[in-house]
Design a protein around this ligand. Sequence first.
Ligand SMILES: Nc1ncnc2c1ncn2[C@@H]1O[C@H](COP(=O)(O)OP(=O)(O)OP(=O)(O)O)[C@@H](O)[C@H]1O
Ligand SMILES: [Mg+2]
Length: 429
Amino acid sequence: MVSILEKLEQEPYGLLSARSEAKELSIEEVTQKVREKMLENYPHVVVEARMSRSKRKEAVGLISNVIISSELYVPKLTRQDLAERIAQEICGLGPLDELLDDKSVTEIMVNGPGRVFVEKDGILVHTATTFLNDRHLLEIINRIVQSAGRRVDVSMPYVDARLPDGSRVNAIIPPLALNGPVLTIRRFPQRYTELSQLVECNTLEPDVACFLENCVGARLDIVVSGGSGSGKTTTLNVLANAVGSRERIIVIEDSSEIKIPDHHVVYLEARPKNMEGKGEVSIRDLLRNALRMRPDRLIIGECRGKETFDLISAMNTGHEGCLSTVHANSSADCLERMVGMALMAEEGVPVEILRSWIAIGVDVIVHIEKTLGGQRVVSGVSGVGNEPGKGLSSFPVYLAEHGLRLEFPSWFVEKIGKERARALVNLDY
Ligand SMILES: Nc1ncnc2c1ncn2[C@@H]1O[C@H](COP(=O)(O)OP(=O)(O)OP(=O)(O)O)[C@@H](O)[C@H]1O
Ligand SMILES: [Mg+2]
């Protein structure tokens, strides 16, 4: 049985207006009034509701009371709906909340206030979600980045941050973005931690997974290459989890994504410039510092520029078992990109020397691709080294077309040593 009171609660506000002198207002006006009252009377509930969903319920109840006592009214919305919408705005992330609640959404892309896309099961979908205007979207963006201790404004028009659940956020605003504020949220609805999980979701063949586990165990230097959103960081994270629990791992990232529980890990995160253009700490700075922290393993989330030089130097000075990722279209492309990025450091090292450092430093490249259907597949694994008469070179150990071939050229066996080469082919799966 639905009581009359409950029934009235369900009805659009227009029907209730006869009961009071309530003035017809826009949702923005009502939100603003309620925001002021909530911050004045229940600031702790607002703050706590930003962190916890259960507190959000309490906030909705209090907002509902404020709506009644202030006689606020928005046409075509029940009080409950209105209270929830306002709670989303005051305590949550506005229209983004609904998308963040949907566990099948892996990526949220907001191209200005009127166009919001999501990726579900690897496929891009245009949603009905919209923001009121640029200002509304900018407010939500600032709420996200401020909670991560960052900011976005005209002097700093793009920023990376993280949501409390670990989702990666990038925002770029006008005048750099021409569509209005643009927000991209990368979610990790499923955390892959074990190589076996990548086998289960058909990203890796079981024998390749076993080979890669051996590579990590043998402390080879591994680079994961692939296009944007292909699954590089995820693969890197899974490889990092295969590191022995007695090794001291130092993880360096622009924006922290990698998680290696049950290991001896130090996580370092780079810092952008402050308002005065000072205080920047780059991946390069962190990497140099990490060398003085007795690392057994260095993990660089992504090589995008000058830090490639320092990573290659580290690989050449006895730091074995380094792991990183590079944005590239193939293993060969990955090596060339590494040369180019190392040159950016302008350390005066001739390109031929850099090539030989990469040949000595990098042992294995794992190439991952995103298929048209949205699946992530490791399409190749290559060995890297100095091929006599050719210099920096790679050879396929695995190709999706012909499977795993565990025959290494003699120059590769010489480079990694016979014992390690034997350990690599010892497949037990
Ligand atoms: N093997 C996989 N199978 C299915 N989904 C995956 C797989 N690996 C990653 N994903 C999903 O794909 C998305 C992108 O993953 P990830 O961040 O690892 O890619 P990336 O190549 O590092 O991206 P970027 O180039 O932006 O750094 C995430 O939502 C992740 O959960
Ligand atoms: Mg990545």
